[in-house]
Write a new protein. Sequence first.
Length: 160
Amino acid sequence: MLSSLLRPVFLASLAHAYVCTDFVVPITVTAPSYTPSFKEFGSHYDAVQFLVGLTTRPTEGSQSPFSGIQNITANFAIDGSFCTTSGDHNGSLDTQVLTHGLGFDKSYWDFGGEESEYNYVRAATNAGYAAMAWSPQETDNRARTTRTVSYRQRSKLRCS
């Protein structure tokens, strides 16, 4: 009798548990870059004159604004987390792909940890979905163009 009364409480506590598997996918991208054949503009008038000439119908013998093509190669990585409820699903879950906004990382969706009421990963897995959150990483040691804020770190900050 007592075990049948405690069973719903035990099952409800399991419904909030989810398991995440982290992964990294390395990516190498090569893209063409056109080398300009014109010199630096001396004034705004020079820039306007260049654009007028560039957008005018070309005549025979007109010169291209580019002197050649150079391939540029960069290495990146996709840092991701694939999360499901802790039960067995036989690989048949619909998956939500979670993309954060500018200036954040994949932890945006896992805000405050598993017990937070604002945790989207918990809400998605409780609703029967798998959730895959991802963030791009640069691996060429180049300066990042945006600053990434980790919500896991941010949620621990206190204002005084």
